[in-house]
Design a protein around this ligand. Structure first.
Ligand SMILES: *[C@@H]1O[C@H](CO)[C@@H](O)[C@H](O)[C@H]1NC(C)=O
Length: 343
């Protein structure tokens, strides 16, 4: 056995030890070879009474239920900032529990945003001491829910968490048809950045998966904070569509993540949140970058009168020969479908 083979075998063992096969049924394409996701972005539940308050959460939650009833997704993805950690003392997991119960029995995954475990920032206008539940505890809690496919990710990447890949199997056999990559852009209890060790981990992970799957399997990525490249593409008059009412605020450093994703042909699209009043997408040469749609009455909004909340739908259709087509759209608060587009 060569050194490389040995190290790959060891990585595989580590992977199995880190992520023991769970009792959850594997996700699978529907019989018509499609898989539909619904992205809920920036819910900001648990805002204090001085800002949005709990009546806001109730309104938001009724939208989530309606959106799921309309779309019947195969998987819900919560793309970070599920709660405003600063305003939630010690019961953060209660909100996570509520979100999980709300979408049940639909399976879901989560990543963290910069607000979920946000410590007190020294300003008198926010709760002191701020979030008492750590980033790792939040994701560990969610992954214990019976309909959750979230994972904590490798311990070596802490305090970055929610770094994991979920496989969707083919409809008629057990080959992997689609990979759902979940990443962490930090903030709230850690520096707001993509750690370079996370990028290294992902590179090894994608290479390992090419080997175990025998081919590059189509992949889509969820990360809370967007890439600077979506802004430069838009500014340069690139192929973009959808609403831009907000600034684009990437992390100071992406640790080389964008270049890595662009260099793997199987990575087709990246979905973010964070900048609430953006819901546009841009097609770059090798992959598409999209904002979700702010799905909540909590958290800031750019124009309270004009802004309508929504959720981003994403559908993958896998051909018999393993090729894939992606499309995306927004399911809006008033029930209509907007910005439908092939990726
Ligand atoms: C969390 O605790 C606060 C303060 O006691 C309370 O107002 C809120 O309803 C609780 N949230 C949940 C989801 O239980």
């Amino acid at each position: 056995m060569s050194y490389r083979q040995l190290s790959i075998t060891l990585s595989l063992l580590t992977l199995l030890l880190t992520f023991p096969p769970s009792s959850l049924a594997q996700l699978r394409l529907s019989p018509d070879n499609t898989f539909k996701l619904l992205q809920f972005a920036d819910l900001h539940e648990g805002e204090g009474p001085d800002s949005w308050g709990s009546a806001t959460d109730t309104r938001t939650e009724s939208f989530l239920v309606r959106a799921i009833t309309s779309e019947k997704p195969d998987l819900v993805v919560f793309s970070g900032d599920q709660i405003t950690g600063l305003n939630v003392f010690s019961n953060a997991t209660k909100y996570y529990q509520r979100l999980s119960d709300l979408v049940d029995p639909t399976p879901h995954t989560m990543i963290l945003g910069n607000h979920d475990a946000e410590p007190y920032d020294g300003n008198g206008d926010q709760s002191d001491p701020g979030a008492l539940t750590t980033r790792a505890d939040l994701i560990a809690f969610d992954s214990s829910q019976s309909n959750s496919y979230s994972k904590l990710g490798p311990e070596s990447l802490l305090p970055a968490v929610s770094t994991y890949v979920v496989d969707v199997l083919a409809a008629h056999d057990d080959s992997v048809a689609l990979q759902l990559v979940h990443l962490d852009s930090g903030g709230g209890g850690m520096h707001e950045e993509v750690q370079a060790n996370q990028v290294e981990w992902l590179k090894d992970e994608l290479n390992l998966r090419r080997m175990t799957n025998g081919r590059p399997v189509p992949a889509i990525v969820f990360i809370h904070i967007p890439f600077a490249e979506i802004e430069t593409t838009k500014e340069d008059g690139g192929n973009c569509w959808g609403v831009e009412l907000d600034g684009v605020t990437p992390t100071d450093s992406d640790g080389g993540l964008f270049d890595l994703l662009a260099s793997f042909e199987e990575v087709l699209a990246v979905f973010s949140g964070h900048d609430h009043c953006n819901s546009f997408c841009c097609a770059l040469p090798t992959l598409d970058l999209c904002f979700g749609r702010h799905s909540s009455f909590g958290g800031y909004s750019c124009d309270a009168q004009a802004k309508e909340i929504g959720a981003r739908g994403i559908e993958a259709k896998v051909d018999e020969d393993g090729g894939i087509q992606l499309k995306t759209w927004l399911r809006m608060f008033n029930g209509r479908v907007a910005e439908e587009h092939a990726l």
